[in-house]
Design a protein around this ligand. Structure first.
Ligand SMILES: Nc1ncnc2c1ncn2[C@@H]1O[C@H](COP(=O)(O)OP(=O)(O)OP(=O)(O)O)[C@@H](O)[C@H]1O
Ligand SMILES: [Mg+2]
Length: 354
């Protein structure tokens, strides 16, 4: 069976292949403290990854090769993720007397009952969750399945870079794991926290709501920082690269702030507010305790204050590295700039320790 949920692993690199870049992160752990051992980000060519699908395996492979060499890591084993929308999960009940191999056999035999695809096209994994509430002789087993093709393209791209996909995880699980690093930064006053993580990337924005650290809702929208990049290009006649740099480093004409950046900030705030309204409408919740802004676009100055004001909810920018030590190979200032966009990479790198 495939390691979609995955079992214990030794040291792995967290590698997040998103639409704008490939991100690599390596962590070590001493006692309770993590240390960033290596990290690098490399931009991807346009359309090599479209809405979480790798469409150009060669191009992604070459970028992975660069990102690995830039990071100067010696680890070759990797944890990657497929997006939640590519994965079907289901909790089934099985006889608690079965051992792992017997379960595997039984699942292989019965999987066609649970999974609406031809079995030779899917990768399946399972994990025992614990005793079943309805029947003490049974255990709840989480089944996860996705199309093999989704796994294959990731393995193929990694292979081009001389890397090996040891763990194939699901983005939502990686995010949950990274959230363990954010939670201590929130004031819970001993209560169960409901936290909205808004990941605003280049092309996609994903709202994930976690209650007691477990994902209770996710929704993806097509929205992101690329819209701001394109507006900068159009208005000031810059290339994509120039506009992307100007966004981070400044140096644009005086009217940028009022004419371009402010309207974009307003659009981001609208997206956050609307996504939360959708969530409230689709769930029994009518409030969240915190909004956490993640993804590269969360780095735009002043967003937290605006989101806080609009939603009436305490808001912060995700920093999974707040309590981590940083190794000598790592450029600490670029790590801190990129921190909000490294949640998934971080949750994947944490697979080294489970
Ligand atoms: N300091 C910054 N200020 C403004 N925008 C920034 C900054 N740093 C990064 N960005 C923007 O964040 C976006 C990249 O974020 P991220 O790495 O989270 O996206 P992604 O995960 O590749 O995209 P997607 O989730 O859509 O696949 C780009 O649009 C980039 O221009
Ligand atoms: Mg992203």
């Amino acid at each position: 069976m495939f390691g979609l949920i995955g079992k214990k692993s030794s040291s792995v690199l967290g590698v997040d292949v998103s639409s704008s870049s490939a991100k690599l992160l390596e962590l070590s752990k001493q006692g309770d403290r993590y240390r960033v051992e290596s990290y690098a980000v490399e931009p991807l060519p346009a359309n090599a990854v479209v809405e979480k699908n790798i469409t150009d395996v060669e191009a992604v492979g070459e970028v992975l090769k660069r990102v690995a060499s830039k990071s100067r890591t010696s680890v070759k084993q990797v944890a990657v993720a497929v997006s939640g929308s590519a994965v079907i999960t289901k909790v089934i009940q099985m006889d608690s007397g079965l051992n792992e191999f017997e379960m595997e056999d039984q699942i292989a035999l019965e999987a066609d009952q649970y999974i609406p695809y031809p079995l030779d096209e899917v990768a399946i994994d399972f994990e025992v969750q614990g005793p079943s509430e309805s029947n003490p002789d049974q255990v709840d087993v989480l089944l996860a399945a996705c199309r093999k093709e989704n796994v294959d393209v990731r393995e193929d791209a990694l292979e081009i870079a001389g890397l090996n996909a040891k763990v194939v995880d699901v983005e939502a699980y990686a995010l949950e794991r990274a959230y363990e690093l954010i939670e201590p930064q929130l004031d819970s006053q001993g209560e169960e926290l409901v936290v909205a993580i808004m990941d605003i990337g280049a092309t996609m924005t994903t709202l994930s709501v976690l209650a007691e650290g477990k994902t209770v809702y996710t929704r993806e929208q097509i929205f992101g920082g690329k819209q701001l990049t394109e507006e900068i290009q159009r208005r000031y006649g810059l290339s994509t690269e120039e506009a992307g740099l100007a966004k981070k480093q400044g140096g644009l004409p005086d009217d940028y702030e009022t004419e371009v950046l402010n309207p974009f900030r307003e659009a981001v705030v609208q997206q956050v507010a609307r996504a939360l309204q959708f969530f409230f409408g689709a769930s029994q919740y009518n409030a969240v305790d915190y909004v956490v802004l993640a993804g590269g676009t969360a780095s735009i100055q002043g967003l937290t204050e605006m989101v806080e004001e609009k939603t009436g909810t305490p808001t912060l920018v995700a920093n999974p590295f707040a309590d981590m030590a940083v190794g000598s190979r790592v450029n600490a200032s670029s790590l801190s700039n990129d921190a909000p966009s490294l949640m998934i990479a971080c949750g994947l790198a944490m697979r080294s320790f489970d």
